[in-house]
Design a binder for this molecule. Sequence first.
Ligand SMILES: NC(=O)c1ccc[n+]([C@@H]2O[C@H](COP(=O)([O-])OP(=O)(O)OC[C@H]3O[C@@H](n4cnc5c(N)ncnc54)[C@H](O)[C@@H]3O)[C@@H](O)[C@H]2O)c1
Length: 401
Amino acid sequence: MKVAVIGQGYVGLTIAAFASKTNRVIGFDNNQHVVDQLNQGTSHIEGVESISIKTAIALGNYRATTNGSDIAGAEIVVIAVPTPLDGARKPDLSFIEAACKTIAENITEPVLVINESTSFPGTIRTFIKPLIERLSSNSLEHLYAISPERVDPGRIDWDQKNTPRLYAGLSPEASKRTREFYSSFCDNLIEVSSPEVAEAAKLFENTFRQVNIALVNEFAQISHALGISVYETLEAADTKPYGFMKFNPSAGVGGHCIPVDPSYLAHVAEGLGVPATFIERANQVNLEMPKYIVTRVVADNGGTLSGKSVQVIGVAYKPNVADTRETPAELVIEELRLQGAKVTWHDPVVGNWRGESSTPLGGSDIAIVVTLHDALDKNSVLVSAPYVFDTTGRLHGVKGL
Ligand SMILES: NC(=O)c1ccc[n+]([C@@H]2O[C@H](COP(=O)([O-])OP(=O)(O)OC[C@H]3O[C@@H](n4cnc5c(N)ncnc54)[C@H](O)[C@@H]3O)[C@@H](O)[C@H]2O)c1
């Protein structure tokens, strides 16, 4: 099959890499630099090896492009573009809108349009389909389906092949063709009764994580006030063989999914007049963790950080990826600067971020560990400053949550 994937980021490139084993894939992205790199066989995404891109190019099965007309002739178009929040923390569908425009302007034969971008229930039926129809100069009847992406970048035990994938078409034919496409590289496909169920399931999966992370973050604060170890208490609770799932406290949530997707669910709930109180409260708790951490550090350091040097260790939102989107490290740094601290950061995986470079490990009065990459030597981190505060629970013998 000839497949066009719109967006060659974490999701789109991962799909392109798997799909190009058995299909001819055009990876369309509007970032020229990304496209140039990909056409040279260099992957910019953890979990997608450059060798798989090079192999697909050599087989004639993959090419990246910034030219919308290159998607003409595709039988399947997969949408994998960002779905962030706007300034008011409401869904921003402008990237999906642009992708629909690319499809409408360049596709001249009926295709199957599959949305993999995370969005609220009803997006494929009430937003994508009518928009493509409205923007098209022809009256082609495309098929439409949703298959929300579950990729966890950097993870190797669960990938596109073995992670169960939900899907649903707007028509039985769309469902059938969606199944055919994914079964070329995914072992476990689960059809649900409507696209809305698949869209909502994706949002609920991430809301489940968001709420439980907030719960454990709140519990970390309660444990500290009680004078007990949150980690020992969680381990004790985790000995229960049923009805409990362990989440770990942290500086907050980051990435393109957990801090964002629940607000898409809250948005539809609001529109329907149904409260989404857990989501809102969980957002607050997670967003306040950086402030709580800095308050603890201030209390341990004579009540002020004014003039003190602080190094934040690990600014990616999770270990072993270079992804800094929505990273809680940003709020930790902001709060430290508000408290008058001189802040630098060290992250061997990220390297450059917000126009600043990673500084060598150590040399500050205080170190706060936000993300502990495997590339960081734990012993070096432990001795990197006279006072070390660990938010990860993976260092022993220092202050922490
Ligand atoms: N990153 C994850 O772990 C993950 C997991 C599951 C689902 N998702 C969802 O998948 C979607 C994509 O996320 P991502 O992490 O891959 O984003 P990303 O930022 O890594 O990649 C998006 C790519 O789309 C390109 N792009 C933006 N607008 C475009 C347009 N109009 N035409 C062509 N290319 C365009 C960007 O240049 C970028 O390369 C989002 O809805 C996200 O919520 C992400």
